[in-house]
Design a protein around this ligand. Structure first.
Ligand code: ADP
Ligand code: MG
Length: 574
């Protein structure tokens, strides 16, 4: 039998040009490899006490040379021997890091967190580089080697010089073309931005030479008109913040630290209203840190708004906004989910299996719900402010799911009670219902004031029943989708939710109804004249048994009320 030969040139080409959607992730991949190399050395030092590592050895450095058009990622990690260079960088889809993880997974515990697994990340450097040089000296070895390739014709390995153990990956960037400009990778700002975006939480310091400015000392003979003088200088700075705040227990982090993290990472000026920290272990372990903003972002209800949580795996950013992690009605929640257990796809830009993600999303949804319930019960003022901004979305959640979400969302809703003159939950409404009250009543319109003056509202209140006054477009649609509220576990005992303006409100006694019918008959001619005068504006005119002190009211038959007609005729966006 013959062995398959890989057309590595074609394979590499395929790799480089079709796996990644975003070429800037090359830096993420190289830093991840550097972090793995440092991790491996650190792991070795845990078991071999003869290895003493200084803090500087457990670090990564990123630099660039504008003239030579190179970007370099250096680490003082475990390094590679000549054989390892050949095996690891000469074989596509070969990952020594994965093998390392398999061998030491048990032993490494929390101290080591290897990122690599697919054996392709390194080649992403050819998306931006026309050639790549890797100078490496393995820990404990005497000689260094340089691996070099233009990504097309294969590679060479030659002896090289390197003072200490570790690896430098030096990319010579491609020339700019009309479409592609690689110059952002040759600026301090451009590189720093990428480090912060993708590798901010890599556990080892990532250092960069950064330019700073300082004021020169004021000369002794400076006169009153002295203008302060500044000079630029460069300094090696740690660019990443390293410790993922979401991995720390809530008891170890101050609210100020959470607030700071939220404001910087999610670009808000105000502190969050709620901070939810989740640490799950077991079949699917993950950490999550979620925030409920204290007010709605300006574009929350626009089509451009993008929901989602940042998704990390082993401290490296996979997706900035993973939509699947949040249901639409919790689209306002911001935050981070980090899980080592996710099966990433080969580009580490998305996931292999969404079932894991769905499982996490479910748990997260529950956490958010219970946190909001907690706020509702223990910080009512805060909850009312929250509801003012985000309540509409919760109601849409029920409406858009045709009521399927009512079990989880109905208890988060607040409505204005005409009787109690304040916001109440549906549970509080039902709790306060007189024993003979048959249904939950609401009235929908555009202002509380006008709703309060509606004759039918007064009638219902007059019977000792409360009426929920609803002023949002979505209210009536939401209630129509809910139909009823308050069923027990067996699905019994639910109270129907009724619009006081719908024709079938049945408060009148049989006698009163008969009376009204007779009055209608007796005045047949009058009503016919009224109907003729009003024409198509009404379908019929009759005596009503539902009015108390008002002379007349307009009402509808069937499920669509006047208010809904008004909303519908405005179109979906109002
Ligand atoms: P992965 O990281 O998924 O294993 P890569 O293509 O990124 O795949 O890297 C392939 C292998 O090359 C790694 O498994 C590792 O053994 C080796 N390697 C890459 N970069 C370095 C480095 N900076 N130091 C030591 N070994 C490295
Ligand atoms: Mg890698």
């Amino acid at each position: 039998m013959r062995k398959f030969k890989t057309e590595s040139k074609k394979l590499l080409d395929l790799m480089i040009n079709s796996i990644y959607t975003n070429r800037e992730i090359f830096l993420r991949e190289l830093i991840s490899n550097a972090s793995d190399a440092v991790d491996k050395l650190y792991f070795k030092s845990l078991t071999d006490k003869s290895i003493e590592l200084s803090k500087d050895e457990l670090a990564i450095q990123v630099s660039f040379d504008k003239d030579a058009r190179t970007v370099t990622v250096s680490d003082s990690g475990i390094g590679m021997t000549k054989d390892e260079l050949d095996r690891n960088l000469g074989t596509i889809a070969h990952s020594d890091s994965l093998a390392f993880k398999m061998e030491n997974g048990e032993a490494q515990g929390d101290d080591v967190d290897i990122i690599g697994q697919f054996g392709v990340g390194f080649y992403s450097s050819f998306m931006v580089g026309k050639s790549v040089r890797v100078v490496s000296k393995a820990y404990g070895a005497d000689e260094a080697w340089v691996w070099e390739s233009d990504g097309v014709e294969g590679y060479s390995i030659e002896p090289a010089e390197r003072a200490e153990h570790g690896t430098d990956v030096i990319i010579t960037l491609k020339d700019n073309t009309d479409e592609d400009n690689y110059d952002t990778y040759l600026t301090e700002y451009g590189l720093k931005d990428l480090v912060k975006r993708y590798s901010n939480y890599v556990r080892y310091p990532i250092r960069m030479e950064v330019t700073k400015s300082r004021e020169l000392p004021k000369p002794d003979d400076a006169g009153d008109d002295y203008v302060p003088q500044f000079e630029n200088y460069t300094e090696l700075d740690t660019v990443n913040s390293m410790i993922p705040i979401w991995k720390r227990r809530k008891s170890e982090v101050s609210q100020e630290e959470y607030d700071e993290f939220y404001k910087t990472d999610f670009h808000d000026f105000a502190d969050p209203a709620r901070t939810i920290s989740v640490h799950a272990e077991g079949a699917l372990s993950y950490d999550a840190l979620l925030f409920v903003p204290s007010r709605a972002p300006f574009d929350l209800y626009s089509r451009d708004y993008q929901k989602g949580l940042a998704l990390y795996s082993s401290n490296v950013l996979i997706m900035e906004k993973c939509e699947e992690l949040l249901p639409d009605y919790f689209n306002f929640v911001r935050g981070v989910v980090d899980s080592q257990d996710l099966q990433l796809n080969i580009s580490r830009e998305t996931l292999q299996h969404n079932s894991q993600l769905r499982a996490i999303a479910k748990k997260i949804e529950k956490k958010i719900t219970s946190d909001l319930e907690d706020m509702r019960d223990n910080d009512r003022e805060g909850y009312e402010a929250f509801f003012e901004d985000f309540g509409r979305g919760l109601k849409y959640g029920i409406y858009a799911s045709y009521g399927a979400q009512k079990d989880s969302l109905a208890d988060l809703l607040l409505y204005y009670s005409a009787k109690q003159d304040k916001l109440v939950t549906l549970a509080e409404y039902v709790e306060a219902m007189p024993a003979d009250q048959p249904a939950i009543y609401y009235a929908a319109g555009d202002s509380l004031e006008r709703l309060g003056k509606m004759p039918i509202v007064k009638t219902v209140l007059g019977k000792g029943y409360d009426v929920l006054l609803c002023t949002q477009d979505v209210d009536e649609f939401c209630f129509t989708a809910m139909r009823d509220y308050g069923a027990n576990e067996d699905g019994e005992g639910a109270k129907e939710i009724k619009n006081v303006a719908s024709g079938d409100l049945d408060f009148a006694t049989e006698d009163e109804k008969k009376e009204a019918e007779e009055a209608t008959k007796e005045n047949e001619n009058l009503f016919k004249a009224l109907k003729d005068a009003l024409g198509d504006a009404v379908t019929k005119v009759e005596v009503s048994a539902r009015l108390t002190d008002a002379p007349a009211c307009i009402t509808t038959e069937g499920p669509v009320t006047l208010e809904m007609e008004r909303v519908l005729s405005k179109g979906p966006d109002g």
